[in-house]
Structures are given as structure tokens and as C-alpha cells.
Design a protein around this ligand. Structure first.
Ligand SMILES: Nc1ncnc2c1ncn2[C@@H]1O[C@H](COP(=O)(O)OP(=O)(O)OP(=O)(O)O)[C@@H](O)[C@H]1O
Length: 241
């Protein structure tokens, strides 16, 4: 579960990047955070994960406040950032072991998870190569694998499908569904309406830092019928794809 209560963010006292954010992302659901470029998605995700501090408001992950108890909160979630260009000089396997060390994953567990994840993502043959030799999609995959190695309860993913080929994208969506079905939480951002439509139980739509809508896809369709400006915004978003 992720809770955002009255969260605001301004960068250097300028205009609000996000304003009065109230969200409750429940256990057992895939929650899509949807909005066009510059809407405030990454800012929000960075605040949830403790990378940025909010200007005001509170954020809790499974009841743990990310500002008051950052270490405890960080053990609960796994975060896939929007830019997978990290630790380029490490080999894939070294990166996975680094992540497993960071989260105290036992030798037995990590062996099993590395095997399982590299098979599923078809990365076995690449694990002994340096990450800098990987394609964008492979980098994205190794980051996802590194995040999942400690089997976090809450998954937070920023634009996770970007750069993935259709097969890997399908696999990730399947894994997100399995995770949510096991009663855990999946929160991800996208600016692609179709991705959200396919896999989300609920979505929030953010634009210019404000939540315009939060609910199920069915409710979203109903809402669209009555709200031309929202539909227009969506058309603009999808046309830009
Ligand atoms: N470091 C920063 N300093 C000042 N303003 C920033 C900074 N980072 C983001 N912003 C501003 O905050 C607003 C929200 O940006 P954010 O990156 O959260 O959007 P986004 O929804 O993730 O966009 P995208 O889909 O393009 O990644 C934008 O107006 C952006 O210009």
C-alpha cells in the first residue's frame, strides 16, 4: 500500500510541480499513474521513493513514513527508474550480486532468483558482459531484475515498458499481474494510455501537477463521456506517441 496525503512539491520555490496530491494505492492492485510529459509523474515517484523530499505532505509505504523511517521504508519497495544507465562498467551478474548484497539476499535465494529472472528475461547469455555493451532494452531488463532480486512487496516503476521489446514488455506485464494477484502492490507511471488500459486495476491521471481523475478504467470511460477536456487531453497524449 502506498499513501500520499496532501503532497506538494515546488522546485526552488517556483511554480508547483505537483500540488495537493492525495492517493491511496491498495494492496493487490496494479495502479497506473498516467500523464503527458512534464505532468509530474517522475517528481511524484521520486518523492515516494525518498529521492526527493516533498515541500509538504506525508507519504507512507505499507504504513511506514518515507521521510521519518527511510531505511525501513526502502526495504519494502523496489524501484525501477526511468533511466536504466547505471553501473555501466559492471557485468550484469556483478550488478545483480551488488543488489542482492545491498538487500541481504541469502546465497541460496539469490542463486534461485538470478536463475529464474535471467531465464524469464532471456538474459542468461548476457550476464557475463558489461552493462555498457547492452542495448537499452537489455539495460532496462537488468535494472528490473536487480530490483526484483530482493522480492520487494511494493513495486514502483517509472515508465517501465520504454525500450522493452514486445516479448519482454508482455513478460513484465505478466509479472506485474502475478505480483498484484498475490496481494502485493504495483505502482507504475506511463504516458501511454494503451498500456494503462490493458493492465491497470485503477489509474490516476495527472496533468500540470494536479490529479484530474482517479478510479477504475470503467469509471474513467464514464468520466470521459461527460468531460470533453479530459478526453481532449488524452487525445493529445496519445497523438504524441
Ligand atoms: N530538477 C528540477 N528543477 C526544476 N523543475 C523541475 C525539475 N524536475 C522537474 N521539474 C519540473 O516539474 C514538472 C514535472 O516534471 P516531471 O519530470 O515530474 O514530469 P513527468 O510527468 O515525469 O514527465 P515525463 O513524462 O516527460 O518524464 C515539470 O514542469 C518540470 O519542468
Amino acid at each position: 500500500m502506498i499513501e500520499l496525503m496532501g503532497v506538494n512539491k515546488t522546485y526552488n520555490g517556483s511554480a508547483y510541480a505537483v500540488k495537493d496530491l492525495n492517493l491511496n494505492i491498495r494492496d493487490g492492485e496494479i495502479f497506473g499513474f498516467l500523464g503527458p510529459n512534464g505532468a509530474g509523474k517522475t517528481t511524484t515517484i521520486k518523492m515516494i521513493t525518498g529521492i526527493l523530499s516533498s515541500t509538504d505532505g506525508n507519504i507512507k509505504i505499507n504504513g511506514i513514513d518515507i521521510v521519518k523511517e527511510p531505511l525501513k521504508a526502502k526495504k519494502i519497495f523496489g524501484f525501477v527508474p526511468d533511466n536504466p544507465d547505471i553501473f555501466l562498467r559492471l557485468k550484469g551478474i556483478e550488478y545483480l550480486n551488488f543488489m542482492a548484497d545491498a538487500y541481504d539476499v541469502s546465497a541460496e535465494e539469490r542463486k534461485e532468483r538470478i536463475k529464474n529472472l535471467s531465464e524469464r528475461f532471456q538474459m542468461e547469455a548476457a550476464l557475463n558482459d558489461q552493462i555498457q555493451s547492452y542495448s537499452h532494452g537489455m539495460r532496462q531488463k537488468i535494472v528490473i531484475m536487480g530490483v526484483l532480486i530482493h522480492n520487494p512487496e511494493v513495486w514502483i516503476l517509472d515508465e517501465p515498458m520504454t525500450g522493452l521489446d514486445p516479448k519482454s514488455s508482455y513478460l513484465l506485464k505478466e509479472m506485474m499481474r502475478e505480483h498484484a494477484n498475490s496481494g502485493k502492490t504495483v505502482f507504475f507511471s506511463t504516458h501511454v494510455l494503451e498500456v494503462a488500459e490493458k493492465i491497470c486495476d485503477r489509474v490516476a491521471i495527472i496533468n500540470k501537477g494536479k490529479i484530474l481523475f482517479c478510479g477504475t478504467l470503467e469509471e474513467m470511460r464514464e468520466h470521459f463521456k461527460e468531460n470533453e477536456s479530459l478526453e481532449k487531453m488524452f487525445l493529445e497524449m496519445t497523438e504524441n506517441e
